[in-house]
Design a protein around this ligand. Structure first.
Ligand code: PLP
Length: 443
């Protein structure tokens, strides 16, 4: 057998070779078609092979692809930062460009800490996150993440940052029921701040809708408004991790718009370039930049490829495409249709405990018992079996398993926002057959 050289996620697994993509479909080199039911890793929001983006890419490459951010700025970089500020809640953000979601959240953490340092408040250097959360794979981002499986190997290297309750109404960690709970999960942040002391805390970070760490978990009404108020009362910055939810995915350009909250910092990634080139950003409110502008005037972070004009031009083209084709409202309307079809499917399957999400970020949670919500034994690998079966049948869906103390089974369904209703029907048909087959094998 030919020796391999690429380190792939699972080393003894066969990965087909991709040949090309068009719209919501990917095709391997054997000609097999796959419906991209999760936009890769909730990334390819406008679908594959869009000529407008390829044209923008070529046009910029013919001018210049790379300049170093310590030497030059570029027209696409400047325009993109202005565009993101225009689109973001409150329209008064600066952009720090990076290359991945992990860098965006970690940069947000560093800027939040620097914001306080510039005011002489050097003790404010902890970031609070939620027990079920995923903010990235680098050590700083992982320190802020509660994802048990992804942290496990690196625990000795991680900062011991505090965590608070997850707003997970299907399995409330505080044993309450919404809406009678009075948002006890949000108040858990206030309790933690009291215990730790706000003089030690720089920021609180949260995903507007939890993605990989549980599967499209939408908070109860009023949750983020309460969180923002608690942060303000305690002089703590609020970082919204919109890496998965941002740029139209949930039926709003930024998911925080659903809650009417203006975060102090926003981490963006994935949908920003819809996968065409790597680019991500940390958006920083004017008021957060102020002490830095008055103080050292420099942010101590950066990467070689930050703000490269090639990726910025692609991101601008993606944002224009989203506006031109009204993909924000498409995410809402098609998301409702997809949700309806998934709920109908779930009615006939006893092992589905919950169907949830918003816009085109939806998830299904699987349970061994619908009444007690008891999860399947993790060793059964329900999530990976369903994903593998769907893959064989030509459908891609994304795992969100093992996030609750290393337990739980859920999959994310988040197709490109350009998907048609017929393609949604096709997606749901394959998904239903895959789930039925796996459930029949294990029950
Ligand atoms: N934050 C959230 C909410 C994510 O979903 C992810 C990736 O899935 C990240 C951060 C990390 O992004 P990346 O994989 O681009 O580093």
């Amino acid at each position: 057998m030919k020796r391999e050289h690429v380190i792939k996620p699972v080393l003894n697994h066969h990965y087909p070779t991709i040949a090309y993509g068009k719209g919501v479909f990917l095709y391997d080199d054997q000609g097999k078609a796959y419906i991209d039911g999760c936009s890769g890793a909730v990334t390819a929001g406008i679908g594959h092979g869009v000529p407008d983006i390829v044209d923008a890419m070529l046009e910029q490459a013919n001018k210049v692809s790379f300049v170093y951010r310590s030497q030059f700025t570029s027209e696409p970089g400047e325009k993109l930062a202005e565009k993101l500020s225009d689109l973001a809640p409150g329209n008064d953000y600066w952009s720090f460009f990076v290359n991945s979601g992990s860098e965006a959240t970690e940069t947000a953490m560093k800027i939040a800490i620097q914001h306080w340092q510039e005011q002489g408040r050097h003790g404010k250097n902890k970031v609070i996150s939620r027990r079920m959360s995923y903010h990235g794979i680098t050590l700083g981002a992982l320190s802020m993440s509660g994802h048990v499986l992804r942290r496990r190997r690196f625990i000795p290297l991680l900062e011991d940052f505090p965590v608070v309750a997850t707003p997970y109404c299907y399995r409330c960690p505080l044993g309450k029921t919404s809406p009678n709970c009075q948002l006890a999960c949000a108040d858990d942040l206030a309790t933690a701040i009291k215990r730790i002391g706000s003089e030690h805390i720089a920021a609180f970070i949260a995903e507007p809708i939890i993605g990989a760490a549980g599967g499209a978990i939408v908070p109860p009404n009023g949750y983020f408004q309460r969180i923002k108020a608690i942060c303000e009362q305690n002089e703590i910055l609020f970082i919204a991790d919109e890496v998965m939810t941002g740029i139209a995915r949930t039926g709003a350009m930024f998911a925080m718009e659903h809650y009417g909250v203006e975060p102090d910092l926003i981490a963006l990634g994935k949908g920003m370039s819809a996968g065409y080139t790597p680019i991500a950003a940390t958006l920083v409110k004017d008021r957060v930049m102020e002490p830095i502008l008055k103080g050292s005037k420099s942010i101590m972070s950066g990467h070689t490829y930050s703000a490269n004009p090639q990726s910025a031009a692609v991101s601008l083209a993606v944002l224009s495409y989203i506006e031109k084709h009204q993909l924000v409202s498409a995410a809402e309307s098609k998301g409702q249709y997809l949700m309806g079809q998934l709920q109908q499917m779930a009615d006939g399957i006893l092992s589905i405990g919950d169907v949830r999400g918003q816009g085109m970020l939806l998830a299904i949670e699987f349970v061994a018992d619908q009444t007690t919500k008891r999860p399947f034994p993790f060793g059964l690998g329900v999530t990976s079996r369903i994903i593998e079966r769907a893959f064989q049948k030509g459908l891609l869906v994304y795992p969100a398993a093992g996030a609750v103390d290393g337990e739980g089974d859920a999959i994310i369904i988040a197709p490109p926002l350009v998907i048609t209703e017929e393609e949604i029907d096709q997606l749901v048909g394959i998904l239903e057959a895959s789930i039925q087959e796996v459930i029949a094998e294990i029950t």
